[in-house]
Design a protein around this ligand. Structure first.
Ligand code: ZN
Length: 254
């Protein structure tokens, strides 16, 4: 049986009132041109100085509400984006993260506060995006308990359930043509180059029909676990990514 063609989701990370709003707008306009609905990963209460890139935009929350009304999905991107914990993450791609290694009660409190902030801005957060892929079993338990049981992360080729949470995979940081599977492309608009913007436009021009939305993925997902062969493929993809992350760290350290 022939496998179905690849499907793509796109996610923009690190959205907060002090992000570089013009850059984010450019990417959002590009997607609306091709009628693609993104996942917007919003930091509820940013305290990370690295994301303080301009004075707070007084219209930020209005703009995000407008995007959600137009079809975007809102993700909660951590709580304050302060990556000061060095606990072990289930996906160990960075040494310091916000959530991994923090007590379950504290993580639950952060998730509850984050949801309150986003809902206070009249947004409807549907899933969680952990800063720097940092999350552990406590995070997953806290997410399930707080009713936000969907995560955008991992290296599988489809959505699946693990530890009571639905995982929607996220494996790419730029557009790459794939033959089959579900692929989420994550773009950090604050640091995205003009070359990446151009590459995305070219990719959308040829592949926009293969982009799906979070709602479609959820509607099509059976809440089941990965088979052993899918877990093996996931593990190989993850190890490859860990090696490449380690290489990048070495290059940056030198
Ligand atoms: Zn982030």
């Amino acid at each position: 049986m022939a496998s179905s063609p690849a499907q793509y989701l796109i996610r923009f990370d690190d959205l907060c009132p002090t992000m570089l709003s013009n850059r984010c707008e450019r990417f959002l306009s590009l997607l609306s041109l091709y009628k693609v609905a993104p996942i917007l990963a919003v930091v509820p209460d940013n305290q990370d100085p690295d994301l303080n890139l301009q004075p707070p935009d007084p219209y930020f929350w209005d703009r995000i509400r407008t995007c959600e009304a137009a079809g975007a999905t809102i993700a909660m991107h951590g709580y304050q984006h302060l990556c000061t914990s060095s606990g072990n993450s289930l996906l160990h791609l960075h040494h310091e993260t916000e959530f991994a290694g923090v007590s379950e009660s504290r993580q639950r409190e952060w998730i509850r506060c984050g949801l309150e902030i986003l809902r206070g801005h009249r947004l409807n957060p549907r899933l969680f995006v952990a800063p720097r892929h940092g999350f552990d079993r406590n995070t997953l338990r806290a997410l399930a308990c707080e009713g936000l049981g969907v995560l955008s992360d991992g290296f599988a080729l489809r959505s699946f359930t693990r530890h009571d949470v639905l995982w929607v995979p996220q494996q790419l940081w730029g557009p790459v043509e794939k033959s089959t599977g579900l692929w989420t492309i994550c773009i950090h608009t604050n640091t995205a180059t003009a070359a990446l913007e151009e590459k995305l436009e070219t990719f959308l021009r040829s592949n926009s029909k293969q982009f799906t939305s979070f709602n479609n993925v959820i509607a099509d997902t059976l809440p089941d676990n990965l088979s052993w062969s899918e877990r093996l493929a996931e593990s190989i993809a993850y190890q490859r990514m860990r090696m490449s992350a380690a290489k990048t760290r070495m290059l940056h350290a030198s």
